[in-house]
Design a protein around this ligand. Structure first.
Ligand SMILES: *Cc1c(COP(=O)(O)O)cnc(C)c1O
Length: 428
């Protein structure tokens, strides 16, 4: 697999290089020079999830890594189930939250951990990532205890749910967490600056594990095929993706480019509506990030957007075909209550997508919204909105009483840098 830098197309790298580098020159995102097209999508759809995923990933990187390696990596990464659940007459939920940290990010993070331990063999590496909640947990768990790898996770203090924080800030060991006084964009900015700081790059062998890493996108392509596997092939589904940094939607578009039948995609956002506005008036005008109940989508300037445009341009698709729908806080709560009336408990992220889907679906269409997090991960908001009590799954129960081990920092690069160097220098 060859990839090029979307900012500097002359910079071309292999898959292994793209995974290790994260980003190209001037923070340019890597994008595949070619998108493999599946010859027999029908046959593929009949396979069980893991076997099918091995073939999908193999189509991208099999020639570089070897089929046997790909199969082993996929097998170890995707060791938990996913479910397609019917919600009402027209809508189903694709539940992607049955992994170790109860969010869809387990798919990408676990596959990326497989890739990095394969490629970074022998060289101590520091994973540096910013999270609005779920990435941090997924990455921390995926890399926890892996030899030669240290993980530093930044998150906006007070802006992630208490249980989310417990899930990844209590691990210790090779996992170091920093609560930043600022929003997610401020955290992301600190990470971006670290990656253009030569001293940090060289001292710490930095690697980013956020949603810009190409290995995460490859992993996420796989679950979209699960939708088609359970749908009528003559009437492809509309798929609504609850979006923040737009990695998930990018993966869905790549799946469609490979041959997955999809009627259309909906980019569903909360009040951080840069993309829906852009799709209407073609002016890219990120506003200030606002805090919402679907906080993993509180992103005003989504980092994967150039890739979304790159898929459209590579495939000669019209951006008009992408529907952007922003869902207010009030409508999110209403959506949660409507879903509950159908017997389905959704947390705010899924509820945003479910609502966008409802607004978009025409007669005769059916649709799938992605369930990106387990309701228990957003327990406070679910319990308050639905006036119910929900059970904590075992993974959350265990950490609920553990101590938070995070350091606290201002959103200041100089401080952040010296902190990183003093904490990590010499340690492995
Ligand atoms: C990360 C996340 C999203 C947004 O996904 P992107 O790939 O950043 O668009 C949506 N829901 C949940 C629960 C998440 O953790």
């Amino acid at each position: 697999m060859k990839l090029y830098n979307l900012r500097h197309p002359d910079e071309q790298v292999s898959f292994a290089q793209a995974v290790k580098l994260g980003m190209g020159r001037d923070r340019g995102l890597f994008f595949p020079t070619e998108i493999p097209v599946l010859k027999d999508a029908g046959e593929l759809l009949r396979l069980p999830f893991v076997e099918r995923s091995q073939q999908i990933i193999n189509a991208w990187v099999g020639s570089e890594l070897g089929t046997a390696t790909v199969c082993r990596m996929v097998n170890q990464a995707f060791n938990f189930p996913l479910k397609l659940v019917k919600v009402d007459a027209q809508r189903s939920a694709l539940e992607l939250f049955h992994g170790p940290t109860l969010a869809f990010k387990d798919f990408g993070a676990r596959f990326m951990a497989q890739c990095l331990s394969e490629f970074a063999a022998g060289q101590p590496t520091t994973i540096l990532t910013a999270t609005s909640g779920d990435t941090g947990a997924a990455v921390a768990h995926a890399f926890y205890g892996l030899p030669g790898i240290r993980v530093v996770v930044l998150y906006p203090e007070g802006k992630i749910s208490p249980l989310q924080e417990k899930l990844f800030c209590t691990l210790g060991g090779n996992i170091h967490t920093i609560a930043v006084s600022g929003d997610f964009d401020a955290c992301q900015e600190l990470v971006k600056r670290a990656f253009i700081d030569d001293e940090l790059l060289q001292t710490l062998h930095l690697n980013s594990a956020n949603s810009i890493n190409i290995s995460r996108l490859l992993a996420q392509i796989c679950y979209y095929f699960e939708v088609a596997a359970s749908c009528d092939s003559n009437n492809p589904p509309v798929i609504a993706v609850p979006s923040g940094n737009f990695g998930n939607l990018t993966a869905g578009l790549l799946a469609r480019a490979m041959g997955l039948p999809v009627k259309r995609f909906i980019a569903a956002t909360n009040s951080n509506d840069t993309v829906p506005r852009y799709l209407k008036d073609r002016v890219w005008a990120p506003a200030k990030t606002v805090a919402t109940a679907s906080n993993a989508m509180d992103v005003a300037d989504p980092s994967n957007w150039p890739r979304v445009e790159a898929v459209f341009s590579a495939m000669n698709w019209q951006l008009e075909d992408l529907e952007g729908i922003a869902v207010s806080e009030e409508s999110t709560g209403k959506s949660m209550r409507e879903l509950y009336a159908c017997g389905y408990i959704a947390e705010p992220h899924a509820a945003v997508a479910a609502e966008a889907l409802k607004r978009s679906l025409q007669k005769g269409e059916h649709g799938v919204f992605l369930g990106t997090a387990h309701p228990a991960k957003f327990r406070e908001s679910v319990e308050q909105t639905l006036n119910i009590n929900i059970e904590l799954p075992a993974a959350l129960h265990k950490v609920a009483s553990s101590e938070i081990l995070s350091d606290h920092l201002a959103a200041d690069f100089a401080q952040f840098k010296s902190h990183l160097l003093s904490v990590l220098r010499g340690k492995s």
